[in-house]
Design a binder for this molecule. Sequence first.
Ligand SMILES: Nc1ncnc2c1ncn2[C@@H]1O[C@H](COP(=O)(O)OP(=O)(O)O)[C@@H](O)[C@H]1O
Ligand SMILES: [Mg+2]
Length: 566
Amino acid sequence: MKQSLTFIPTLREVPADADVKSHQLLLRAGFIRQNTSGVYSFLPLGKKVLQKVESIIREEMEVINGVEVFMPALQQAELWQETGRWYNYGPELFRVKDRHERDFALGATHEEVITSLLRDEIKSYKKLPLTLFQIQTKFRDEKRPRFGLLRGREFIMKDAYSFHASKESLDATYEDMKQAYTNIFTRLGLNFRSVIADSGSIGGKDTHEFMVLSEIGEDTIAYSDSSNYAANIEMAEVNIQYVDSEEKQETLKKVETPEQKTIQEVAEFLETVPEKCIKTLVFKADDELIVVLSRGDHEINDIKLKKVLDAQTVEMADPLEVKELLQCEIGSLGPIKLPIGVKVLADHAVKYIVNGVCGANEKGWHYTGANPGRDFSVDEYADLRFIVEGDPSPDGMGTVKFAKGIEVGHIFKLGTTYSIPMDGTFLDENGKSQPYIMGCYGIGVSRVMAAVAEQYNDDYGFMWPNQLSPYDIHLIPVNMKDETQAQMAEELYKLLKSYRYEVLFDDRAERAGVKFADADLIGLPIRVTIGKRASEGIIELKYRQAGETVEVQKEELLEKMQAFFN
Ligand SMILES: Nc1ncnc2c1ncn2[C@@H]1O[C@H](COP(=O)(O)OP(=O)(O)O)[C@@H](O)[C@H]1O
Ligand SMILES: [Mg+2]
């Protein structure tokens, strides 16, 4: 492609509202443009990378017998009403009305659409298993769209759905998918891990996320320093044998703690440590207010809490509701003498606190010498806290460490979560009607592109890995007005193309400095420069990732390209 004929609007300045490297460079190198918050256009270079990502995904889906379909983004509300997600998916679902005031959703995901499609067609176990996938635009009205393509409101996803007659068949496809995902992310050149995950609003049980390790990741991965255990921090179980303390129980004492609100402040004021403090929080689980206790140095994990309570929604209670319940403001809350009927849950670690500090439910007052069981009761102890670095690994091997990750893929065993409410059934070998057993498997295609961009760059711009680079070779005559250079450039352009290389030919009448800066920014694997020594038949090769330059005879070009790209 001649650069004068395509559209690559590069920018010299770093755009003000882009705060991660991938977003800055995708804008600066002219790969994408923002239309509005979380909504982007892919320009020619961006579209090419996207297509390369997509073809790797397609190939690996086909290896495991996934077949491609394309389903509508515009989805009638009735489908989402069948599963109830019309009512409980929340504000992330874009909803629109047609001219007849009928409700529609813009597809945030396609479980409903695909289940309704198959239930009318696949009626016998003989046609199962079946794995369908598509690569399509998804719409989600994210609360905080950010980091460019990493969290958009309109983005591209590969989503696959599998249908089975038995759990064993689902298990087999799930394992195939896991392998396919591993192959995909390896081929994409990403530094990733698969981790145990939470199934969130999609439902179902067994689920893994694929995380690209990155400082800018929004997820935290808890992994073992000596086994292959890795889980999203949301899910990592705390598996510790706390030990009983030898300390003698003291009497409960109410002490004044003026203006001391945070655990840290109270602990310092009373000359103790956060480990000895009992943190008291109030959560609203569905409609019930619940008191939840943890050790002062621990954080409550609301996903664990939600599971223990078997609640639909769990959130921190509103300060006004807290005040009404406990007659006290946040800062001095505690578990002693709570109103009758208030449910109290505590993390396991609280049980082992001896002579603890807790709020007295009176502004500016705390208790010392508080002992669980003696001074207050707990309805249920459970694993409610976030794991922390240094905790023993949940699989019993080694110690937990943290890393930041970008979620690029997510696979779920759905079971019958969708087929039962939607009446997706087939006749089994005995002629008995059974609900499909399902799995679903997503990859954020546009997010993957940003994750690769985040990983492959330096101070000057991108350094695309060969398999994803928008073009293979950047061909640059330094001075287009020089007859020899211009002619040689045309000749080499034709030659390279005839050998099926994808060539970006910078035929613009720009200064050398501009051309080189753009080339570094765009970051194709090899730059072929035709300069002053063209008259001697000598050209220069620059390898973008290695940063090396070599001069070669133009006759050696093909051989060098072959050595590099094969
Ligand atoms: N807002 C978004 N922007 C870009 N990619 C996204 C976005 N939300 C999800 N994805 C991608 O789609 C994949 C499948 O999404 P899913 O697991 O259903 O979403 P979530 O984890 O946000 O609930 C994710 O692993 C991620 O790679
Ligand atoms: Mg997910």
